[in-house]
Design a protein around this ligand. Structure first.
Ligand SMILES: NC(=O)c1ccc[n+]([C@@H]2O[C@H](COP(=O)([O-])OP(=O)(O)OC[C@H]3O[C@@H](n4cnc5c(N)ncnc54)[C@H](O)[C@@H]3O)[C@@H](O)[C@H]2O)c1
Length: 242
């Protein structure tokens, strides 16, 4: 049977790669994203504009997407933003913005989609967290906090919903070649030097491709991972092994 997949942040980077990867598996895929122009260009079968930090926006976008898909089997939360600075440098407004998208956005998306997975009789949720949910780096306090929360929210949801046949896991990517890191490099003031530092942080001498993260997401969402519950699958080119 054709699986029906909903992906937040599906218009760009890892989310967009996941759209394509699930379609290769024969799935029908809905992308939810706040960026209307990127969304228009993405490959998804269903496209719905949505701000994952806004309760009403998530509720209506999920209803529309599930109606157009004709049900729901898999949810991927890939919408997210990066942020620089220590807690002193990060303003309360910026801290709130990062937490509202990277943490509240996961909560709202799962809250709105789990009832539909129950109707299906089960399913899988894959949260896109980060290697910075497992370890920290200097100068990214809000981002590290948000991804640590995403990893433990994954575990909490996994325990709460395992009995309903809903498996919840997260993937923790290392530096991946997407518009998000390109913006991060540009804002550093030394784009080439920061890119080189990120390439050297792992052991494969390059950034990770979005398709390589999409492969891990597709695995966690598949029957092949049916004994995998509440795990954080680190795909970081060896970044956290040092
Ligand atoms: N690229 C990396 O190195 C890396 C590493 C670890 C984790 N991640 C995580 O992977 C996820 C995807 O990041 P990416 O690198 O593909 O970035 P990206 O910027 O290419 O894609 C993120 C998408 O999320 C969307 N988005 C942002 N705010 C939103 C909102 N409020 N509502 C709905 N959509 C919103 C953007 O429009 C964009 O399409 C993020 O959660 C990010 O933190 C990325």
């Amino acid at each position: 049977m054709t699986r029906r997949v909903l992906i937040t942040g599906g218009a760009s980077g890892i989310g967009a790669a996941a759209v394509v990867r699930f379609q290769e598996d024969g799935c029908r895929v809905a992308a939810l994203d706040v960026d209307e122009s990127m969304l228009a260009q993405c490959a998804a079968d269903v496209k719905v504009v949505c701000d994952v930090s806004d309760d009403a926006s998530v509720a209506s976008a999920v209803e529309q997407a599930v109606a157009e898909l004709g049900g729901l089997d898999v949810v991927v939360t890939a919408a997210g933003v990066a942020s620089r600075g220590s807690v002193v440098e990060c303003t309360p407004k910026e801290f709130g913005r990062v937490m509202s998208i990277n943490v509240r956005g996961v909560y709202l998306t799962c809250r709105a989609t789990i009832p539909h997975l129950r109707t299906t009789g089960g399913g899988a949720i894959v949260v896109v967290a980060s290697q910075l949910g497992m370890v920290a780096v200097p100068d990214a306090a809000a981002y590290c906090a948000s991804k640590g929360a995403a990893v433990n929210l994954t575990r909490a949801m996994a325990l709460d919903h395992a009995g309903e046949g809903i498996r919840v896991n997260c993937v923790c990517p290392g530096p991946t070649d997407t518009p998000l890191v390109e913006r991060f490099f540009a804002e550093s003031g030394d784009a080439a030097g920061t890119r080189k530092a990120f390439e050297d942080a792992g052991v494969i001498g390059r950034l990770i491709e979005p398709a390589e993260i999409a492969e891990a997401i597709a695995y966690l969402a598949s029957e092949r991972a049916k004994a995998t519950v509440g795990t954080a699958l680190v795909v970081d080119a060896g970044y956290t092994t040092r």
